[in-house]
Design a protein around this ligand. Structure first.
Ligand code: NAP
Length: 284
């Protein structure tokens, strides 16, 4: 068997088109565009590239991007005041504080100050709580993108055995919650899991988010499983995922490549969250 390779770029392009249509409709109804405020502290070059990519993507779908760049020496109090100002600004639908923050700032506490209604990253304690309780709220972008990729291959989630490798707040935990909400039977693995291979081989849906190049080998994969590779490691040869793609594609029914799988979905879901936030704030 050779797996269907899930084309994340194509799925992301479709999501972006839907968002662009939704934004046009929003502007026609309300007379203003949704807005995303990005807060980039200091001059870390990698963070600057990520923020520029997000702002470009906003422009492409008609979302206003508001660029805030406090210096690396900004105090926690001043950054908190900026976040409070953006929380209160009606032109701003979503607030994104780019991580990591400089060492003297408490990233968890400061990002937690973003109002839940504007938390387009979906990572504040309030958003995480709403997800855990199964209540409406903005969902984290990368796990939402994975759900979209699973839907693109009509993956049956109800009753499926889903295994997530990785338990980070950024990805593994919210991914598990989203799969539970879809009625999958979910197992979350981590560095202390005993006999990871034996757990993985039970999975109908196997999702790897660790950051260890090609750790998921063919023998860990149930024939016919759907394999989603979230991991990204930059090697001299290029970007590499957590899954041994060439071997696993011979066993799986569907698989995401790295690059070009999960990666493109993250920004697409950020744009969608910004539109959803704008709609909710406008009462629609
Ligand atoms: P993280 O916070 O470092 O979490 C990694 C997880 O992997 C932890 O739960 C860790 O377990 C677990 N782990 C480490 N070694 C393991 C092992 N040998 N066996 C089983 N589990 C092991 O990372 P993250 O932020 O979740 O990101 C994970 C990967 O996804 C990274 O490569 C990151 O670059 C990538 N990523 C990609 C996107 C995207 O847009 N494509 C978005 C987010 C993340 P412990 O908890 O026990 O330490």
């Amino acid at each position: 068997m050779s797996a269907t390779v899930i084309d994340g770029k194509a799925v992301a392009a479709r999501v972006r088109e839907e968002v662009a249509l939704g934004v046009a409709e929003f502007v026609a109804t309300h007379g203003y565009a949704p807005g995303l405020a990005t807060v980039l502290v200091g001059d870390d070059p990698a963070s600057a590239v990520y923020v520029a990519g997000k702002q470009r993507a906003c422009a492409e779908v008609g979302i206003n991007a508001f660029d805030h760049r406090p210096s690396a020496a900004v105090s926690g109090a001043d950054l908190a005041a900026l976040i409070a100002e953006l929380n209160d600004d009606p032109a701003v639908s979503g607030v994104l504080v780019q991580l990591p923050l400089p060492d003297h700032l408490d990233g968890t506490a400061l990002t937690g100050l973003v109002a839940a209604a504007k938390d387009v990253d979906g990572l504040t304690p309030v958003s995480a709580g709403l997800l855990a309780l199964g209540r409406d709220g903005l969902r984290p972008c990368t796990p939402s993108g994975v759900l979209e990729l699973l839907a693109s291959v009509q993956a049956p989630l109800e009753g499926a055995e889903a295994v997530v490798i990785g338990r980070s707040n950024l990805f593994g935990k919210p991914m598990a919650q989203l799969l539970l909400a879809e009625n999958a039977t979910v197992t979350v693995c981590h560095s202390r899991t005993r006999d990871l291979a034996a757990v993985c081989v039970r999975a109908d849906i196997l999702i790897a988010a660790v950051g260890r190049p090609r750790m998921v080998v063919a023998e860990w994969v149930k024939p016919g499983a759907i394999v989603i590779d979230v991991g990204i490691t930059r090697l001299e040869s290029g970007l590499v995922g957590d899954v041994d793609f060439d071997a696993v594609r011979e066993r799986a029914a569907a698989i995401t490549p790295v690059p070009g799988g999960v990666g493109p979905m993250t920004i697409a879901c950020l744009l969608r969250n910004t539109l959803l936030a704008a709609r909710a704030q406008a009462g629609v």
